[in-house]
Design a protein around this ligand. Structure first.
Ligand code: SF4
Length: 243
């Protein structure tokens, strides 16, 4: 009981120290999507939903070649865009978002990507996360931290938020991370999440944050995995005995 109470009240990782250590490892962390214009980054970010950046980078050169600019994207014939982006998954929904977004760019913004959260967020298929990717990485004026699956997971494990909703988690991070680090911290946590603090097997013993981090939920996840392994072993043994 005492152990359970201690775990519940373990303090969040001190932000300044954690940022300094991450900076040591990931000072140059940057956007891993390939782009050469605000529109290209907007398109790539919409395509990156439920898809790896590597896959998106394989697909976007052909998207940009066949549909260069908002006008071409808005006028893309049914099926043509879908075929090119098929391998990114959810391609019908993504094609609908891309066409809708490009049409609004043409009708309301002269074919250009707007520069405010309000205008970006009003585009079809663009949430706060996508808008912040563009604002932060193109113009250096993010309205908040980009919270993707890695950032949300690490922020919870570090005790910086308890929220599973990305917008609420973003609000918590915006409060504790200095504004001039909003874009970078997202890239740094994504890299750390890919290399060390993975979803299935966080390598706390190798982690630079190990002595600071309360590891929220990590022990419970390990316990659950152990239980599953034991159950599957029991099932295997039972089926062998029956044979
Ligand atoms: S790997 Fe472990 S110590 Fe490092 S951030 Fe993740 S949960 Fe914390």
């Amino acid at each position: 009981m005492a152990e359970r109470t201690a775990r519940k009240t373990a303090p969040a990782a001190p932000v300044a120290e954690a940022l300094a250590r991450l900076d040591h490892l990931y000072a140059d962390a940057a956007c891993s999507l390939d782009f050469q214009s605000p529109l290209e980054l907007l398109v790539a970010t919409i395509l990156s939903a439920q898809c790896t950046d590597t896959r998106v980078n394989q697909v976007t050169p052909e998207v940009f070649r066949r549909f260069p600019g908002a006008a071409a994207l808005a006028a893309s014939p049914p099926g043509a865009l879908e075929n090119v982006i098929r391998s990114t998954g959810f391609f019908n929904a993504k094609a609908k978002s891309l066409r809708g977004m490009a049409r609004v760019l043409m009708t309301k913004h002269g074919g250009e990507v707007p520069r405010t959260m309000e205008d970006l967020h009003a585009l079809p298929g663009v949430g706060r996360k996508t808008a912040n990717v563009v604002l932060g990485n193109v113009w250096g004026t993010p309205d908040g931290v980009v919270v993707d699956t890695h950032v949300g997971r690490l922020a919870r494990r570090l005790g910086w938020t308890r929220q599973t909703d990305a917008v609420k988690a973003e609000r918590d991070l915006n409060r504790i991370v200095p504004r001039d680090r909003w874009t970078w911290i997202s890239h740094a946590l994504i890299q750390h999440g890919r290399r060390i603090c993975t979803a299935r097997r966080p390598q706390c013993e190798r982690c630079t944050l190990a002595d600071l981090c309360p590891k929220v939920g990590v022990a419970a996840a390990e316990k659950q995995k152990k239980k599953k392994r034991e159950i599957s072993l029991k099932v295997k043994r039972a089926s062998r005995t029956r044979k």
